[in-house]
Design a binder for this molecule. Structure first.
Ligand SMILES: [Fe+2]
Length: 354
């Protein structure tokens, strides 16, 4: 993890400033200072139930996976036959409520105070606070066309070290959440190695000891958004764990591609939606099918009470893992010339692009 952090630290501050200036001049979606972020009680939210999940989703019991049970079912998610959701995992409802509320308390202050938690050296995508219009992730699609719209999202990100935090309680809550996600996602990697017999690959050990990022993303009600919250895309690295909260009005914005259809996956309490990501697909020659997904914006008549938060975790492989370049990618500029790319080189370019 140290190597990864050093690499990310090497990202030039100049590039960071340029990205920030671009986003300010290109568009103003809205000013997040008009929004308030009171604490929420998870028990009061309008959760969906397991019965509301579409048939394309399979809910696996993490405790059973730990005992090497249901691996045949897990295998069905690797091929894309099913969309993976985990229950009975070690993140408690209280831990989710704690991370959401300690972060909402931080968001619920003036922008000038929030900006004190912008990391002086590292990308806002991996550490600290990132305000409205700071990145352009929404506009990354498979054609890599930027439509000039910046993200109408408030984010906070946390890694294994070099974090910024407003107080000790905040640090304790985020550190704990990070460790749990790291355990869950690396356990999944262990099971995938067994199912696909990946120890034959000389690089298999580089599937571990990579970096990870927890990110809380909050999408307030935004009236004039002309874009989806995130267009169809693959996440980077190996695995994403998505602990999503429902919006008050019941609008479900997460959609996963399955058999060329888009399937809405609503927020069910204590369930984690799992995505397999671009580099896991590349490393396994597509034996693990990466999960294409998007986050849509509510239509105008459903904007009211559509605020929604998601606590995400992204697991990355070791910096030195080398994968073949994809035949097609909207992020071609992030891959090295030739036929293969080291993960650290990809990430450095990707963070500069966003
Ligand atoms: Fe995503």
């Amino acid at each position: 993890m140290k190597d990864q952090t050093n690499l990310l630290r090497a990202r030039s501050e100049k590039a960071h400033q340029t990205a920030s200036l671009q986003s300010k001049s290109e568009i103003t979606v809205c000013d997040s200072r008009e929004y308030r972020f009171p604490p929420i009680k998870l028990s009061k939210l309008k959760w969906f139930t397991e019965k509301d999940l579409p048939p394309e989703v399979i809910v696996l019991d993490f405790e059973r996976l730990l005992k090497n049970q249901d691996l045949d079912l897990l295998a069905k998610t690797l091929t894309g036959e099913k969309i993976l959701v985990l229950k009975n995992h070690p993140i408690t409802e209280q831990e989710l409520e704690d991370i959401v509320n300690v972060t909402r308390q931080f968001f619920d202050q003036k922008e000038e105070d929030r900006r004190k938690m912008i990391h002086p050296r590292l990308s806002r995508l991996i550490r600290g606070f990132s305000g409205f219009n700071s990145e352009h992730m929404v506009s990354i699609d498979y054609d890599a066309k930027r439509d000039g719209i910046a993200d109408p999202i408030l984010k906070y990100s946390w890694g294994p070290e070099d974090n910024l935090y407003p107080n000790e309680k905040f640090k304790q809550i985020w550190d704990n959440y990070f460790k749990k996600c790291y355990f869950i996602s690396t356990t999944l990697i262990e099971k995938i190695i067994d199912i696909l017999d990946l120890k034959k690959d000389p690089q298999w050990k580089k599937m571990f000891n990579g970096d990870g990022t927890v990110r809380l993303a909050c999408y307030p009600e935004v009236e004039n958004v002309t874009s989806d919250r995130f267009k169809l895309h693959l996440d980077m690295g190996f695995i994403t764990l998505n602990n999503q909260l429902p919006s008050e009005n019941g609008f479900t914005c997460l959609q996963v591609e399955h058999d060329a259809k888009l399937i809405s996956v609503p927020a069910v309490k204590n369930l984690l939606v799992v995505n397999y990501n671009e580099h896991l697909g590349l490393f396994t020659n597509n034996r693990v099918k990466p999960v294409v997904h998007q986050v849509i914006s509510p239509p105008r008549e459903e904007v009211k009470d559509s605020e929604r938060s998601s606590v995400l975790f992204f697991l990355h492989p070791h910096d030195d893992l080398i994968t073949k370049n994809p035949k097609e990618s909207g992020l071609k500029q992030c891959y090295s010339e030739g036929s293969q790319t080291k993960f650290s080189d990809f990430m450095r370019r990707w963070l500069d692009l966003i």
